[in-house]
Write a protein that binds this ligand. Sequence first.
Ligand code: SF4
Length: 216
Amino acid sequence: MSDTQPISTTAAGPANGAQIVPPAASGGVTQATVVSRTAPKTAYRPADVSPQRRVQRSYSVRLWAVRHSRALEWFYARFADIFLMLHPLWNRIGYSRVEAPVTFVEKRVKGLMFDCRMCGQCILSSTGMSCPMNCPKQLRNGPCGGVRANGNCEVEPDMPCVWVKAWEGSRNMVHGDKILDVQKPVDQSLRETSAWLRVTAQAAAARDAAKAQVSA
Ligand code: SF4
């Protein structure tokens, strides 16, 4: 048999006991070698960084938040108390006037920590500090059926499924079972508004209603 003669194969393997030799092993040139040889040589080339690792790094802060969900749960409870204490101030200035500056700060802080998409109806404390709006399908009540075997997203294969992470984060939290609560659909009219102020105004209204009931 000559070098150029094709080897006939069957489902059981190569016919006539012939062996298939990989091109590299036979002294041939692989596709990867061709790509590497023809790639333009630049002065700077990042070492030991693959495109996949670069993509994964963009999730590192949000994954950190999930790993520290218990501490963040504690911190957020204190933070919400302080915001509620400041309710008379917000009221005096006017909630609508403080909306823009508070939204500005909230967007940057939560954007950095959780990749927040400013849905305006934050449920981080019910989802293990994993923002469900990062799910490409924006599911608010658990994962779809397409989670990969390695726990990554079906749509973005390099991204850990936000609901797998939500479950992991919720297991560390004191009130982690809130993940079982059924969430309402997103009210799109609240996008780009402050969830911090909304929660504060609702808590203040509930507190005032409770006080009024006691004194009645
Ligand atoms: S649930 Fe909404 S407000 Fe909360 S982090 Fe996600 S996008 Fe932002």
